[in-house]
Write a protein that binds this ligand. Sequence first.
Ligand code: CP
Length: 302
Amino acid sequence: MSRKSLISIGDFTKEEILHVLETAKEFEQNRVQNFLEGKVIASLFFEPSTRTRLSFETAINRLGAKVIGFSDASNTSQSKGETLKDTIKMVSNYVDMIVMRHPLEGSSRYASEEASVPVVNAGDGANQHPSQTLLDLYSILQTQGTLEGLTINMVGDLKYGRTTHSLLQAMSHFHPKFIFTAPEELKMPKEYKEFLDSKGIEYIETTSLDDYLNECDILYMTRVQQERFTDPMEYERVKDVYRLEASMLNNVRDNMKILHPLPRVTEIDQDVDDTPYAYYFKQAENGLYVRMAIISYLLGYR
Ligand code: CP
């Protein structure tokens, strides 16, 4: 059995990324597949989720496999003091793959070292969310017809936003230009800017959403994540820093699309939903096809 895991988007080469996107297209055209009949996949969510958990579990079901797991770790033996190591060792004796979300950065890598089956990181703290990145890439390709040479404006919580960290790394294969729109407190961390410098990729930083709204192909909005702040006063200061409204979109590029990993709070007004630029609900739907492709690839079927 394959033991390749997906912990960071850096675990996949450019060719593997493109392969998964191509397979996802096949699954979008035909959702009914049964070639994983007889397999069992664990869905272990130590942190809340709607889209990631439900789309992974739907993907597992649509591929013909069965799913076990939990969406609330307080109902597991973790509450009696069981370690993550023991939990993973034990669960990997039951299943063919583990999908895991955990609040601690690095927990998925650790789990993959202890597990005897492939592990998919469904989000580890502020670190990485690689399956989200693959569905973001799929949505970008679907809307722009290419991944090459695009200008991506990332807006909001770029400090704790694991989806922006993974997306930046993945897009580095495709000669992008980045605009980072964030308040001082939530700027893109230094290590990610150093990564872009090492690749010769251009980026601009601003605190104003108005500055570059009309100069991007993808506007990647993010939520300010209350759960990542240790200082509640700091959260209060920045929580409503950006609010995108339909009236602000009069001069954007025709091809521009707005993505958001969701959930949103106040950063995108509901009046944006009816504009031709809103793509975030279709993006979330794409998660199903992309996660079917990730599971198939890691289990050695596609
Ligand atoms: N995008 C995302 O990870 O959403 P959930 O937290 O609902 O899974």
